[in-house]
Design a protein around this ligand. Structure first.
Ligand SMILES: [Cu+2]
Length: 350
């Protein structure tokens, strides 16, 4: 009798669990556009929904995800969902000539899977990755929120996503070139923009900020000034013993989640400590750097971002606080050079 009621309870729990799972249907295009990475430097990209990084896909653990991709470019692509287990859906793993044929120009393809793994995951093309991922911006964040957040996660007051990448100016203007072992990657960016075209991360004293740090294509040595990080997740998986650090070394493909207690008001440089990553074409004090700005600090006149045209969603903090779904981001828009759709920027950004 006891056994019987236990199995009934289990069945009821499973039903309740299933009832919470939602079907999330998204559409994405892949377009041939130009991305302005740094002042005076643009590169050809294959942009998901017209932007680099691609749109944030934010779902809950257990959701059914269906993404239809339309290839509007001149070469083949696919999408690999990095971190997803693809339990009983291995044909949606997105690998050309292994699980599917590359999506031909003009064709569409639908991926279907259950969000069976939580954390800071991502998606990227799996065709000719040394060009498509490393040099053409074919990557974006997939955040799978756990049904039961940990006590540590519940303390977080603000989240941000930082995706580091490099670019090669020599092959920037020609699709189908680049990605060779000996070539030089000479421009560096966070969320597709080099300092000073990226944005400050604005915080308040007392904030508990969770950074989801991604290294889609290049090694990174992430270093915030004035603060320690508590490293809490590796590749989306919670660490059994979170540890403190002020430099975080990352290999390509890795993601780390860190928590920073904002307890030291000021304006703080935060950068990739691989020193040539804070250069562009050999020019110093640019590339992969940003600034953490506390509210209420009066900046000096020499401070570059004193009068910036502030975009509060540049690190996807606002998007991550919205309901689950696909979140586009105007700050990441690439442009069609033939249509001159390049966004207008304020004079001080030039
Ligand atoms: Cu591709």
């Amino acid at each position: 009798m006891i056994k019987h009621s236990t199995s009934l309870l289990l069945a009821a729990c499973l039903l309740a669990g299933n009832a919470l799972a939602e079907l999330r249907q998204f559409e994405m295009t892949i377009d041939e556009l130009d991305l302005e990475v740094a002042p005076g430097f643009t590169t050809k990209v294959w942009a998901f929904n017209g932007q680099v990084p691609g749109p944030l896909l934010h779902v809950q653990e257990g959701d059914e995800v269906e993404v239809t991709v339309h290839n509007l470019t001149s070469l083949n692509h696919s999408i690999h969902w990095h971190g997803v287990y693809q339990t009983k859906s291995w044909r949606s793993d997105g690998v050309p000539d292994v699980t599917q044929l590359g999506i031909e120009p003009g064709d569409s393809y639908t991926y279907r899977f259950v969000a069976d793994r939580v954390g800071s995951l991502w998606y990227h093309c799996h065709v000719n990755v040394s060009e498509h991922v490393d040099l053409r911006g074919m990557w974006g964040p997939l955040v799978v929120r756990p049904k039961k957040p940990s006590a540590l996660e519940k303390r977080v007051t603000k989240e941000a996503i930082l995706m580091f990448s490099g670019w090669n100016s020599e092959v920037a203007s020609e699709y189908g070139t680049g990605g060779h072992p000996a070539e030089v990657v000479d421009y560096f960016s966070i969320n597709g923009k080099s300092f000073p075209l990226n944005q400050p991360l604005r915080v308040k004293e007392g904030d508990v900020v969770r950074l989801r740090i991604y290294a889609p294509s290049i090694p990174v040595a992430f270093h915030p000034h004035g603060h320690d990080m508590l490293v809490t997740h590796k590749d989306g998986l919670p660490l059994p013993a979170p540890y403190g650090a002020d430099v975080l070394a990352m290999s390509p493909g890795e993601r780390y989640d860190v928590i920073i207690e904002m307890n030291n008001p000021g304006i703080w440089m935060t950068h990739d400590h691989i020193e040539h990553h804070v250069t562009n074409a050999g020019k110093h004090h640019t590339g992969s750097m940003l600034v953490i700005e506390y509210e209420g600090i009066e900046a000096d006149d020499f401070y570059h971002w004193k009068h910036i045209d502030y975009k509060p969603d540049f690190y996807m903090s606002e998007s991550l606080a919205k309901p689950f779904g696909l979140h586009s981001n105007e700050a990441f828009n690439a442009f069609d050079p033939a249509l001159e759709r390049r966004p207008q920027r304020a004079a001080h950004d030039h």
